[in-house]
Design a protein around this ligand. Structure first.
Ligand code: PLP
Length: 347
């Protein structure tokens, strides 16, 4: 088979959820938006629910409806974008909890689904989603009359522990939610690592579950293995790939592997990208194409039938660094063409 194999270790996923859970006295939720950060919503959500997660977060209502069909009615599903026009049937049908972001969403929700539960998202300084402090003051009494399931906000700089915006947002959120009886939530993965003041009642880890920074103690969850389609020998002076950007300096062996930017292997990696044969680093040679990449394997004794681009020797953060991006983008770009293979007792 010419498509890459994406191996997903569900035991590592479960271990990472438990490790983040043990860092707080709060209830630990799970963020599974964007198809479980690209790993596959169904196996990821089932594994996390079996491990103990009861509160799931998705970005949009359609993800919530899919998740409800997978996990049944035993869990809470919060929709971070709130109640948008056109969402009402899905919110009712799948018993979703929209995190209302402003007075317009609040009016839409109570008119369309009177008495249906909701949460509230507050803007504590990120200026992305949520009620501004003044709007919250205006609507707070009505919103608190319920059924209000959760009041949350989101930190913009939690991956930089010393960033002054963390304490500023903590102060703002604490002030805005003083006296609120519903459960409160401020922290994603980064906030969990900032310490107890940030934990409140429910946490919302995403990236840390899937093995990415800033949860550097995470167990790696992924191995991505790309089949070698062809190998060839180059004479000095010959070039590889579009634009002829790699030139062989001496006798060179090039492996062409299946996998390219259409599979989420970002073209921006350029020369700093590499694949691995076991622990042997094999640098990219030339530009990443849509479906293929050239890899310099001159130094290998035998050419394996697969080379790993994610695994023990290059994790999601290292690959992200090579492409000048973050692990979140690497994960959510993981292509639909890969064969996803789930491992572990939790599979
Ligand atoms: C994506 C997201 C999370 C999860 O963040 P991680 O950094 O992946 O842990 C939590 N809360 C909100 C509002 C989000 O958008």
């Amino acid at each position: 088979m010419a498509s890459g194999q994406l191996h997903i270790d569900l035991d590592a996923l479960a271990t990472n959820w438990r490790a983040l859970d043990q860092l707080t006295g709060a209830e630990t939720g799970a963020v599974v938006k964007a198809d479980g950060y690209g790993l596959g919503l169904e196996p990821v959500a089932r594994c996390l629910a079996r491990t103990g997660a009861r509160w799931f977060f998705v970005a949009v209502a359609s993800e919530g409806a899919r998740l409800r069909a997978i996990l049944g009615h035993d869990i809470q599903i919060s929709v971070l974008s709130g109640h948008m026009a056109g969402d009402t049937d899905m919110i009712r049908g799948a018993a979703l909890v929209p995190m209302l972001n402003d007075a317009a969403q609040w009016n839409r929700h109570r008119n369309a689904l009177p008495g249906a539960p909701y949460g509230v998202q507050l803007d504590s300084g990120m200026n992305r989603l949520g009620f501004e402090p003044a709007d919250w003051s205006t609507c707070r009494q009505e919103l608190e009359a319920g059924p209000l399931r959760l009041v949350m906000s989101h930190l913009a700089c939690a991956d930089v522990p010393a960033h002054p915006q963390n304490t500023a947002q903590l102060r703002a959120f604490t002030a805005m939610t003083r006296g609120v009886r519903a459960p409160r939530s401020l922290s994603a993965t980064g906030g969990i690592l900032l310490g107890r003041d940030y934990h409140f009642d429910i946490t919302r880890p995403g990236i840390g579950l899937y093995g990415g920074a800033p949860f550097t103690a995470a167990r790696p969850v992924l191995r991505l293995s790309l089949p070698v389609v062809q190998t060839r020998n180059l004479a000095p002076g010959e070039t590889v790939g579009y634009g002829g950007c790699f030139t062989a300096r001496g006798p060179t062996r090039i492996a062409t592997v299946s996998g390219g930017y259409a599979d989420g292997l970002l073209r921006a990696m350029g020369d700093s990208g590499a694949l691995y044969a076991g622990d042997a680093r094999c640098p990219l040679a030339g530009r990443v194409s849509m479906d293929l990449m050239g890899v310099d394997v001159t130094h290998l004794g035998t050419i394996p039938d697969h080379l790993d681009i994610l695994g023990a020797y290059q994790g999601v953060d290292a690959l992200a660094d090579a492409a000048g991006t973050i692990s979140y983008e690497i994960l959510t770009a993981l292509g639909a063409r890969y064969q996803r293979i789930y491992h572990g007792a939790a599979a």
